[in-house]
Design a binder for this molecule. Sequence first.
Ligand code: F6P
Length: 534
Amino acid sequence: MSLPPCDQTLAWHHLQSLFDTRGRDFDLRQAFHDHPQRSAQLAVEAPMVFGDLSKHLWDEEIRDALLALAADRGVTERRDAMLRGDPINSTEHRSVRHTALRTPAGAPSDDAAAALARAEAAAFLAFAEQVRAEGKITDVVNIGIGGSDLGPQMAVAALHPHVTPTIRFHFVANVDAHDLDTTLDGLDAARTLFLVSSKTFGTRETLVNAQLAMDWARAQGVTDLRSHFVGVTANPEAARTHGMGTVFQFWDWVGGRYSMWSAIGLSIAIALGRDGFQAMLDGAHAMDLHFAQAAPANNLPMLLGLIDVWYRNFHGFDSRSIAPYHHGLRRLPAYLQQLEMESNGKWVDREGRPMAVGTAPVLWGEPGTNGQHSYFQMLHQGTDRIPVEFIVVARPDHAHADSHRTLLANALAQSRALMIGRSLEEVLAEAGPSPSAEMVAVSKQRAFRGNRPSTTLLIERLDPRTLGALVALHEHRVFTSAAIWGINAFDQWGVELGKTLALDVEARMTNPTRSRSDLDSSTVGLLQRLELMA
Ligand code: F6P
């Protein structure tokens, strides 16, 4: 069904007038003062994730207007279409079934795709158990890039206390061979298992690295290469052609950045074992049920997606900072960058009409408290307002209660400081009854405007189940903002031109006598300098 552009709807116009009258100058401190119940009113319980949405530049009226926009844009209908398996990835004529990868037998959404996924999962989980049980492998190296790297890499780091201590896990993505070289340095090829992960099995970076890894293993005396190279792909034939012994499969209805639940998660499966991997799927499924069934006003992924639209298009905020206050989640910002920016970084809607409003914001971040000592200065006092997402874990997996208390206190203090700021009057009052001229001058530097919004997502403990829920929450949030904008979140044509041109430039580097007259002078000049420097 064709929808008008999102900004041409009555619901959008209503939001615009709400923004003009109250949204632009919304004062968080005043809102907390006027409504002592605000925190409870704007909190949402989702499975394993508690969302405090009270430190946002909104109230119930604005929330309801955003919910009206969601209704107008058919967010729930589009969600249902995805869950049913309709081909909502229209440019590639594909259904979008990452939720099927975590659907248990007998669940209301169980279907043929879910059954296929469970059968393949049984096979790769049996393989994972075998690797763990045999004890021959000391190092697993996942070779893959983008969605074939970021999810597994993030999850294995996040779940470190649950990872088998007898195997080390490595992730090589970059075609820059410094990545592979430093990873392989010191490894014993006879005890190393390579997982070559690529949906297409055509990604140049991955194929180049896989070939280098094979050369290295051969040079190290490995003769049965096929038993050291496992392929994970939606293109099994190509994987076998490239020398993979065992091949696990997934399907074109799983987007690369949504694929950590499939065999692409084989490194996670080896790290956690069958039960741990299944717990991750179960956590994600619990969030899928919440997204599918909770009323929009209590639906955490939907509300987060709506807040994202409110900030991006009405307040004009063009980035969001991710601040996971858990060292294990240090790769989460990178994972979320691909999830959101590759999904929603689109300039035309599904009808091919240029977007009149902005789409994906820039996502960035570092774990707390590290970020506090680098860029938080800008978050507090810079000229741009940037919403921050705090991810807080109540219980640690270590026994250092004092350091954990300090960590938690910092997370809460930062979101509070962003909100309350510090007025000039407050700074001056601290300086005493008769501040010197210098103190008055410096106090301007020390004042914070405050009123800077943040989300706090709180989970009790970081384990496979809660991580599954947390990641699925973000998948569905990205889905929601895409549905509001009317864009296709499941293709990524924007990466193709660079890939084609890289092949072209590489061919010209291999054969320098080939004419360069059709290239721009910058590219030609840089090629010449590189040749001189080589
Ligand atoms: O270049 C972008 C991309 O296509 C991503 O969407 C994908 O996750 C990544 O490359 C890797 O692709 P593949 O798994 O096919 O190697």
